[in-house]
Design a protein around this ligand. Structure first.
Ligand SMILES: Cc1cc2nc3c(=O)[nH]c(=O)nc-3n(C[C@H](O)[C@H](O)[C@H](O)COP(=O)(O)O)c2cc1C
Length: 342
């Protein structure tokens, strides 16, 4: 017998990569933080109705298949947990989900999507800075926006904030071997659609950031960067010469391809920073590798400027009917992602 929705959605969201038949209930992560993540991401702010419905469905499961029923247990559907639960296990399962649902609601109320610890374990929650909560909430809210509302524009002030934040991104030796192209020109944006394998985000978005790497990184560029650091930190001119020589030794020992690859890695970090900045501002974005760099370079006249496009980030506001906005966020549970050593 299949479980009813939304309980069935919750169960399938909590499935880990493990094969269901292999680990039984262990193949599911019903921890509060995971349930909180489901409530938050798939349903926005959970309504009393959803929570009431989930509790009714759990109660129904107990009545029909738990210890008080005349059944021998619950045979879960092939697409759910794919195993037989004895009546005692049904009660246990329902109790676990119900209890953790309560914890999940508390977590969501505090917006504390942090690692849950069983009762009795000291909690680190109270030491979590406020920003941490807002940040996780913003990252839960964001998604790769497929369809932008072409009528909505990001304000000039927000664009500047995103650019400033992106410019604060970390880079190897602080050399920033990249630049960001800001495109706010509909006819140019439309030209980029073909070069983006038909992805219309680049045309509909309010602005498009193209992350380009510099192909002219040489010893002079590195010396200049060291001189800027000396000036910014009030050092004597030449004080960082040794450091500059070390950087030159490292970066200039790469061949062209390796240097491009090194610069591209730095651009990816900047992309992540830009995406996080957008999320914090409630602005949508779509990270994109799905484009033809050679065509972008040609359309944007990049080669003559010693630049090469590596990543694209359309930004704007999601269209109401963007189907991607309706999908639950899919991430492996923290327990699977984090290897805690010691
Ligand atoms: C480097 C990178 C390149 C991506 N390229 C594209 C792309 O070309 N088109 C697209 O629609 N989504 C693209 N995505 C979006 C991913 O598919 C998306 O981030 C992933 O499925 C996780 O979903 P979420 O970002 O909505 O949470 C890209 C994401 C990254 C990080």
């Amino acid at each position: 017998m299949p479980l009813p929705s939304p309980l069935s959605d919750l169960v399938s969201y909590c499935e880990k990569l493990c094969v269901k038949e292999c680990c039984g209930i262990e193949a599911f992560d019903f921890s509060p933080v995971h349930i909180a993540s489901w409530l938050h991401q798939s349903r926005g702010e959970p309504t009393d109705k959803t929570v009431g419905l989930l509790n009714d469905q759990l109660e129904d499961l107990r009545i029909r298949f738990g210890t008080g029923s005349s059944e021998e247990g619950y045979e879960s559907d092939e697409n759910e947990m794919n195993q037989f639960f004895s009546t005692a296990q049904v009660d246990q399962l329902a109790d676990q989900i119900e209890t953790n649902l309560k914890h999940a609601l508390e977590l969501n109320q505090q917006s504390n999507l942090v690692e849950w610890k069983p009762e009795g374990t000291p909690s680190t929650t109270s030491h979590q800075p406020e920003l941490g909560n807002d940040f996780v909430r913003a990252l839960s809210w964001r998604y790769a926006t497929k369809k932008f509302d072409a009528t909505k524009a990001v304000s000039a002030e927000d664009i500047e904030t995103i650019l400033s934040a992106t410019n604060l991104s970390a880079s190897s030796y602080g050399l920033q071997p990249y630049q960001f192209l800001l495109i706010q020109d509909k006819s140019l944006q439309e030209k980029l659609v073909d070069a983006s394998y038909g992805q219309n985000q680049v045309a509909d978005a309010s602005a498009v950031l193209v992350f380009v790497i510099r192909t002219d990184i040489d010893a002079d560029y590195i010396k200049q960067s060291a001189a800027e650091t000396e000036a910014a930190r009030g050092l004597e001119p030449g004080q960082l010469d040794g450091y500059a020589r070390q950087m030159i030794g490292s970066i200039m020992s790469f061949d062209d391809n390796d240097r491009k690859s090194w610069a591209t890695k730095q651009a990816y970090i900047a992309l992540g920073t830009a995406m996080a900045a957008c999320a914090m501002l409630g602005i949508d974005a779509c990270p994109m590798e799905g484009f033809q760099p050679a065509k972008y370079d040609e359309i944007l006249g990049l080669e003559s400027k010693n630049l090469h496009s590596v990543l694209v980030l359309p930004i704007g506001y999601r269209a109401e009917d963007d189907i991607n906005s309706k999908y639950a966020k899919v991430r492996k549970p923290l327990g699977e992602m984090v290897v805690r050593v010691g």
